[in-house]
Design a protein around this ligand. Structure first.
Ligand code: ZN
Ligand code: ZN
Length: 354
């Protein structure tokens, strides 16, 4: 676990959303870099903790796995570095909510609040084998995407754009506000041009100038090896697009169908193998069907029941070509019937002291 977000905010693991918000508010006031005696590193750390713990989905992931899962960038590659490596996202709307009337004092009001498209959550079902080795899935999702005709500009291709008359091409509307601490300017994104500074002379015939088109898209989800049931893959910027803002993310929740023969224990795969009493006593060899092909195994004479045979490198891929092991749990299988001939032999064995 990289960082203890609960510890950073000084709250209990069971803290309510309200407690988390309160704790962050206190720390944000204390450490805000624009304040005298502020501490930017501490402020960022608290902000990161808050951005995870205030989001139900991210908090659940963090509680379960000690990180949030990120599948960054273009579909195809996956990156399991989690939140820390890619930096944290900060939702200015959250911040505004937290600071309430104080946002202007901290200079936050001068930064534009960027709108963000909705996140999308989907579920995919994997066979046990797919969950072990990973798989590539194509899914069809109907969502708001950047308009394919105008590439999001909102202008009919081949036509020009003109300066937005509402904001005079600034993209922002600036208002002065008075507060007990003085006058502050607050800017907000222009609603006419959505911050793009220009508007089309002739709106795009597909999106009617919005730059957004609702359509079905095929998305390639690369499921990495070794995921467990309930884990979530985050695919950045594959959620819903929004005009003049960042695209939301796509969250893919993985469901793994249980297997009749195999189960996972960490990076190892465990299976049961019924063997006969004679095999247990004098050993034997056997071909068994593992997840990825047949494996020849040698059963040595057993010293006890519940013995586990370890086949190295036939478990879950760990990365860099390494894999966990296949653990074969031996189960002694007694014969249903014993023939009179076998009985005679067993009597002899008894005399031998076996
Ligand atoms: Zn368009
Ligand atoms: Zn405008």
């Amino acid at each position: 676990m990289a960082k203890d977000y609960y510890q950073i905010l000084g709250v209990d693991k069971k803290a309510s959303k309200e407690d988390i918000k309160k704790a962050f508010r206190t720390l944000a006031h204390k450490y805000h870099p624009d304040k005298k005696g502020g501490d930017e590193a501490k402020f960022k750390e608290a902000s990161e903790a808050y951005s995870i713990l205030s989001d139900d989905k991210k908090r659940a992931q963090y509680d379960a796995y000690g990180q949030t899962f990120a599948q960054g960038g273009a579909p195809g590659g996956f990156d399991f570095s989690g939140f820390g490596a890619e930096g944290f996202e900060f939702n200015m709307d959250d911040l505004g909510d937290i600071f309430g009337g104080f946002s202007d004092i901290f200079g936050m009001g001068n930064r534009s609040r960027q709108a963000r498209g909705r996140d999308i959550s989907i579920d995919i079902e994997l066979s046990f084998r797919e969950s072990v080795f990973g798989v590539t899935r194509r899914v069809l999702i109907t969502k708001d995407s950047t308009c394919s005709r105008c590439s999001g500009s909102g202008a009919e291709p081949g036509t020009k754009t003109k300066q937005c008359p509402t904001c005079n091409g600034k993209g922002q509307i600036v208002e002065s506000r008075r507060s007990p601490f003085g006058t502050f300017s607050v800017s907000s994104t222009c609603t006419t041009c959505k911050g793009r500074r220009v508007i089309p002379e002739k709106p795009c015939s597909v999106c009617r100038g919005s730059g957004i088109e609702r359509r079905q898209e095929e998305i390639t989800v690369v499921v990495p090896p070794g995921l467990d049931d309930g884990q979530v893959i985050r695919m950045a910027a594959l959620g819903e697009a929004i005009s003049g803002g960042a695209t939301g993310d796509l969250y893919v929740k993985v469901h793994v169908r249980p297997d009749r023969r195999f189960r996972k224990e960490g990076y190892n795969i465990v299976m049961d193998l019924p063997i006969k009493v004679t095999d247990a006593l004098i050993g034997s060899s056997r071909t068994i069907e593992a997840l990825d092909g047949n494996v020849e195994i040698k059963i040595p004479p057993l010293r006890s029941t519940d013995e586990i045979l370890r086949i190295k490198g036939k478990g879950v891929p760990v990365g860099q070509g390494k894999r966990g092991d296949l653990l074969i749990r031996v189960r002694l299988e007694f014969p249903q019937k014993v023939s009179s001939e076998a009985k005679t032999l067993l009597e002899k064995l008894r005399k031998e002291g076996v």
